[in-house]
Design a protein around this ligand. Structure first.
Ligand code: LLP
Length: 418
């Protein structure tokens, strides 16, 4: 069932017309569906807690969308969190998230961030290097605390996704190599202020094939058994995030198809399973609502200049990503033509869609779909554009969950020279 649908030619989110949201809060504006977010989370929960399931914790990857309302919604549904910075930890806490269900990933955790996380009492550090291991031990010792850790191990499998978002191959900066894992675990065992809790891996994002994730899980489980033979017994296995979503016409594995082979591998094992989904929980639960400001006929192309831009949704410019673009009001009587959907920013890369067949006019509202993940969180203030508002729809109600940024806020921390 879709949470975004046309009713009498007008695009709705749940029970609410998008036109109403634009009228009330203006554009550009991110719009999320509470029901869609809940359904995506419950889908994971259903599979993980099914008969074939396993003791599991869903640690939502905050980087995909860190709005407090979304974090709070997932926290209320029982989720844990995967964070990559002190900023994300602060958000989780502000949203009522449970630090004891929070894991901390990332290759460059600062001393201050490690301290903050130790004080907060997070569940586990996903350690990505030998230096980080020593650093965490030293800081924990100074604070007279024990630091729970797991090592992020690179299983060296090809996730077959965009090179910018594939992370599990040998030649990238993430995790420690498979060969280094065993000596590092031994080192961790000898460090006085660490508690070895688990193992972690994450091979990439927007995965459309379940096979690489299963292969990674197999390799990781082999290592878990090797460790156990040495007396290093782990209590959880974190397999990261990565399940893709449909942006255009991709065939996407269902949550069942993606997790079933992994759950089969875990059958009879006692370690808790952790997963870190981001995109698959929020991506298709949000859209970017925008208005056509200007239409212009170039010599070869028609341009529709909208009030959203690459600073609001960077994925097309950065990855050449394709997002569906729908008219908020259908115009069945108008012939459609091909449009370049571009923003007002001074860059040729500032496009949201290319050669889109649409019937549109100045003033029309458009919805850029699948924008719930890595949309708002990757936005910037380039061209001194204030960040968009964010609205959560719940049935026929709407809640402003982030107000449109004020221009004065953009330079509030800046000063003139004396
Ligand atoms: N865990 C770790 C350690 C990660 O690095 C990531 C994403 C996730 C979990 C969540 O992965 P997901 O379930 O969302 O695939 N900006 C890019 C995506 C970058 C993903 C980075 N890491 C995009 O817009 O496509």
């Amino acid at each position: 069932e879709s949470h975004f649908s046309y009713r009498n030619g007008s695009l709705h989110v749940e029970e609410l017309p998008l036109a109403t949201i634009a009228e009330r809060f203006g554009t550009p504006c991110y719009v999320y569906s509470r029901a869609a977010l809940t359904a995506a989370y419950n889908d994971y929960r259903r599979v993980l807690h099914s008969a074939q399931g396993h003791d599991a914790l869903i640690c939502y990857a905050v980087k995909a969308n860190s709005n407090l309302a979304i974090l709070n919604l997932f926290a209320r549904l029982g989720a844990g969190f995967d964070i990559v910075s002190g900023g994300e930890l602060s958000r989780v806490l502000a949203a009522g998230g449970d630090p004891a269900k929070t894991v901390f990933s990332g290759v460059g955790k600062s001393r201050a961030e490690i301290e903050q996380a130790l004080h907060a009492g997070i569940r586990c550090f996903n350690v990505e290097s030998a230096s980080e291991l020593e650093r965490i031990d030293e800081i924990a010792g100074r604070l007279r605390l024990k630091a729970p850790i797991s090592l992020r191990v690179n299983p060296d499998v090809d996730p077959k996704t965009h090179p910018y978002i594939s992370t599990g191959l040998k030649n990238n900066k993430f995790g420690v190599s498979f060969a280094d894992a065993l000596p590092l675990y031994r080192r961790a065992r000898d460090l006085p202020n660490l508690v070895i809790l688990g193992i972690d891996c994450h091979i990439g994002s927007q995965l459309l094939d379940p096979a690489p994730a299963t292969e990674a899980a197999e390799k990781i489980l082999g290592l878990v058994d090797t460790l156990a033979a040495e007396g290093i017994v782990l209590s959880h296995i974190d397999l990261g995030g990565g399940l893709g979503i449909r942006y255009r016409d991709e065939t996407v594995p269902t949550t069942d198809e993606y997790l079933a082979p992994i759950l089969a591998l875990l059958k009879g094992r006692t370690e808790k399973l952790l997963v870190e989904p981001g995109r698959s929980l929020v991506g298709n639960a949000g859209l970017l609502l925008t208005r056509v400001e200007i239409t212009k006929q170039g010599s070869e192309k028609n341009f529709a200049v909208i009030d959203a831009a690459m600073n609001d949704l960077m994925r097309p410019a950065l990855y050449d990503a394709w997002h569906d673009i729908l008219p908020v009001q259908e115009r069945p009587e108008t012939a459609s033509s091909n449009w370049e959907i571009v923003g007002p920013i001074c860059e040729s890369g500032d496009f949201l869609g290319r050669e889109r067949p649409l019937a549109l006019q100045e003033g029309d509202l458009l919805a850029i779909l699948s924008a719930g993940a890595y949309g708002m969180t990757m936005s910037s203030n380039y061209n001194s554009r204030p960040r968009a508002a964010e609205v959560m729809v719940d049935g026929d109600r709407m809640h402003l969950v982030r107000q449109r940024e004020e221009i004065a806020t953009l330079y509030a921390g800046e000063t003139l020279l004396p």
